[in-house]
Design a protein around this ligand. Structure first.
Ligand SMILES: [Zn+2]
Length: 227
């Protein structure tokens, strides 16, 4: 049987594998990943709770209310549909969402701490406001989902949310961008934890953040330079 949206499914698997390959993930490789079917309010979501052995047919098609349209999903992942859906609803330009328990980022979440913008890669990845913390609520509960919405509404320029006592949720225009946001957040969290030993990470001052974004855009707009 032919599978619908094969390339989208494969893009999710490639991006999930990137997170495993780089080590930006907890030891269990727990995670779930979704991608928006372009120009619709439906998503394809990984139906298993680990990034190991993902296959294109393991993604289920759902709408943003959590209704299963096609495929199958295990009970654990049925719980997390709304956690993904809220990001698509709050940020309509989102094309993909990834949830992991990335070790360093999750350490911030366990310590009930947001992550400031001290690492320049966060600026370049559109996270100048740092990574907010969504207060804890049981997984998939109305409370936990509304806490994610709240965190996103107060923190405009970000591509991720730390889930208190739980993990990290990252998003982007497509699966590669969402996975990259997760990776950069994990790097930033790792370095911030190491920086604690040296007196703590210092956030980039607001006026310099603006200058850094301007400089990035200047070079991006100039395009590739060839000799
Ligand atoms: Zn989780």
């Amino acid at each position: 049987m032919a599978i619908n949206h094969y390339e989208l499914r494969q893009a999710v698997i490639d991006s999930a594998n990137m997170l495993v390959r780089t080590g930006a993930i907890s030891m269990s490789h727990h995670g779930n990943f979704s991608v928006r079917v372009p120009n619709t309010d439906t998503i394809l979501l990984t139906a298993t709770s680990s990034f190991d052995n993902l296959k294109p047919e393991n993604l289920a098609l759902l709408d943003l209310d959590g209704k299963l349209i096609e495929g199958e999903i295990n009970p654990t992942n049925a719980e997390i549909v709304h956690m993904h859906a809220i990001v698509y609803k709050e940020r309509p330009d989102t094309g993909a969402v990834v949830h992991t328990h990335s070790t360093y980022a999750t350490s911030f979440a366990l310590a009930s701490r947001s992550l400031g913008c001290s690492y320049e890669a966060l600026v370049r990845s559109d996270m100048t406001d740092g990574i907010p913390l969504a207060k804890y609520g049981p997984r998939g509960s109305v409370e936990s989902v509304s806490n994610i919405a709240k965190a996103l509404s107060v923190t405009k320029n970000t591509k991720a949310v730390l889930l208190e006592n739980h993990g990290v949720l990252a998003f982007g225009v497509n699966p590669a961008a969402a996975a990259r946001a997760n990776l950069i957040v994990e790097e930033a969290a790792q370095m911030a934890i190491f920086a604690e030993v040296l007196g703590g990470a210092k956030n980039i001052p607001a006026e310099l953040l603006k200058a850094t974004v301007g400089r990035r855009d200047e070079f991006t707009n100039a395009g590739i330079r060839r000799a």
